[in-house]
Design a protein around this ligand. Structure first.
Ligand code: SF4
Ligand code: SF3
Length: 543
């Protein structure tokens, strides 16, 4: 049997990638990732059945997060590293199993493989399609993808020294539940809601971790042009990697630019002290194929989203760290204290030309909950006076599909008395359109990374309070969300858990939703896909 993966929005025919991923993932990597997930489920089975006190298993908890993160779309294409991770997790699993006396463990907790061939053979029997009932498969996968997004956020928080063991415990609970044939579809729907509950928890944790370490994001103008020094481009979501890189490049004559989801770093006060953090270069992840060429300098990926490079020249400048990986690219590991040595990247930067300008000017962002609440009086007044008629939450991901032009057109055509609240790389579809402001409030308010969708939820909850409403859904607020990978799945489940109704999700509904599961989400939560720009704007404005 070949590979089967349908975890992201670009899955082939919106049904499943079966030969090679649209993302570039090979059959071998897809299968190894399936086996890695299966191994984690085995660990979860032991933890749950053995009532293991996870507070005594710090390393295992972290490696579970890291393993899940490695299987997120576009994070890790390196078969060798995924194979070593499987071995590492099997060893941790076996050690755990031998330390607790539990009977009736699932095969996932006991299977053994050693060679690459035996791994691939085992993987073929335990992948997504191993669950035959399409509704159970849909629910199990939706929960697993939510857990992957949750793990990514938990790992970032842990890198800043923040942890909520309730989140880790839930990850084990959820993974173990996906092996349990006694659970009904209703049980799994309830578990999906619980996944959303822990999604809110983990995003709150990460928000707290970022703010306590780097300060509260504030309204900031970010340069999108270039200077004349050689430079390093840093991409992904991990701010602790950026911090270490900035410390190590200080005084070296090498500049640093952010790419994609690293843009929001500029909004944090702590990063403003680095004069050599010049600005943001380029746009969202999928434009990297064109943008990395004129950048000329080394590129450091701290997380997803990597697009397989087209030329050897670009590949030779790509480095990865953390959960990210790409075959043939140097991977920088942290030492036991979490310190990473980026000297090789800095040395390479010094030998390469400065970046070529692909844009000039600046963009504005930094509207996380604290900054928006500082403007609360103004915002409430603008709504009461009718100057702002409606807010549109347009958070989430960007992607390659032509159909995503919908979001640019939607932003352009929205009535001028509306404000867009955004987070995640979805913003690149409209953050350079110069949509103006309403009495000094910019019409596009960028809260930050996809995890900062939490900020948008906090803002909505505070507005609900300010207007004395008993229900979030009574606010003049519409949700038109774009999704791509599994972090968007945890954001979506979190919003559903918070009681947000009538979310429109595009550019397509997830291929992993079976017709019956999709119907539950439509009936219970009013989830809908997108239509035409004009029709949707009319529909939203009439609500
Ligand atoms: Fe296909 Fe997306 Fe899976 Fe890649 S991550 S193999 S594009 S479904
Ligand atoms: Fe983007 Fe990959 Fe999802 Fe963090 S970087 S939002 S797609």
């Amino acid at each position: 049997m070949g590979m089967f993966c349908f975890q992201c929005q670009e899955t082939a025919r919106n049904q499943g990638c079966t030969v090679r991923g649209v993302c570039g993932k090979t059959e071998e990597v897809a299968k190894l990732q399936d086996l890695l997930i299966y191994t984690l489920k085995g660990i979860a089975d032991i933890v749950v059945k053995g009532k293991v006190d996870i507070s005594a298993h710090d390393r295992m908890n972290y490696e579970v997060l890291n393993s899940l993160f490695m299987t997120i779309t576009n994070a890790n294409f390196d078969d060798g590293r995924i194979e070593s991770q499987i071995k590492k997790m099997m060893a941790l699993r076996d050690e755990l199993r031998n330390s607790v006396a539990v009977k009736d463990l699932h095969d996932a907790a006991t299977f053994a493989v050693d060679s690459r061939d035996s791994m691939l053979e085992k993987a073929a029997a335990v992948g997504v399609l191993a669950t035959e009932d399409e509704d159970m498969r849909s629910l199990r996968e939706m929960i697993t993808y939510g857990v992957k997004g949750m793990a990514a956020y938990a790992e970032h928080a842990k890198n800043m020294g923040k942890e909520d063991l309730a989140v880790n415990a839930f990850i084990y609970e959820a993974l173990a539940a996906t092996l349990d044939d006694s659970l009904t579809a209703d049980d799994l729907v309830a578990l999906a809601m619980k996944t959303g509950e822990h999604g809110v928890k983990v995003m709150a944790l990460l928000d707290e971790a970022h703010r306590s370490r780097f300060g509260d994001p504030e309204m900031t103008e970010v340069n999108i042009g270039v200077r004349k020094n050689p430079a390093i481009l840093i991409s992904g979501h991990d701010m602790t990697d950026l911090e270490q890189l900035l410390e190590q490049t200080r005084g070296t004559g090498v500049d640093v630019y952010t790419h994609g989801e690293m843009l929001p770093a500029h909004y944090y006060p702590a990063f403003k002290k680095y004069d050599h953090l010049v600005g943001n270069y380029g746009n969202s992840w999928w434009r990297q194929l064109n943008e990395f060429v004129p950048f000329h300098g080394p590129i450091l990926f701290t997380t997803n989203c990597i697009v397989p490079p087209r030329s050897e020249e670009v590949r030779s400048r790509i480095f990865t760290t953390g959960s990210a990986g790409y075959p043939g690219c140097r991977h920088i590991e942290a030492d036991a204290s979490g310190k990473k040595d980026f000297s090789e990247i800095i040395a390479l930067a010094k030998t390469l030309p400065a970046p070529e300008a692909i844009e000039s000017g600046s963009i504005v962002g930094g509207f996380a909950h604290n900054q928006v609440m500082a403007l609360a009086d103004k915002v409430v007044e603008a709504v009461k006076s009718g100057a702002i008629r409606k807010f549109f939450v347009m958070a989430g991901c960007d992607g390659r599909m032509k159909s995503r032009e919908y979001y640019t057109e939607f932003a352009q055509k929205l009535p001028r008395d509306t404000v867009i609240l955004t987070a995640g790389c979805a913003k690149y579809r409209y953050n350079k359109l110069n949509l103006g402001d309403i009495g000094g409030i910019p019409r596009v308010l960028d809260a930050g990374q996809c995890n900062d969708s939490y900020s948008l939820a906090v803002i909505a909850l505070k507005l609900k309070e300010a207007f004395g409403l008993d229900d979030l859904n009574k606010l003049p607020l519409a949700f038109n969300i774009a999704w791509y990978e599994q972090k968007a799945v945890i954001v979506l489940l979190s919003l559903l858990y918070l009681g947000v109704k009538n979310i429109h999700l595009g550019p397509t509904l997830p291929g992993f939703l079976s017709p019956n599961v999709a119907r539950v989400l439509v009936d219970r939560f009013g989830l809908a896909s997108i239509g035409t720009v004009d029709g949707d704007i009319e529909m939203f404005m009439a609500q």
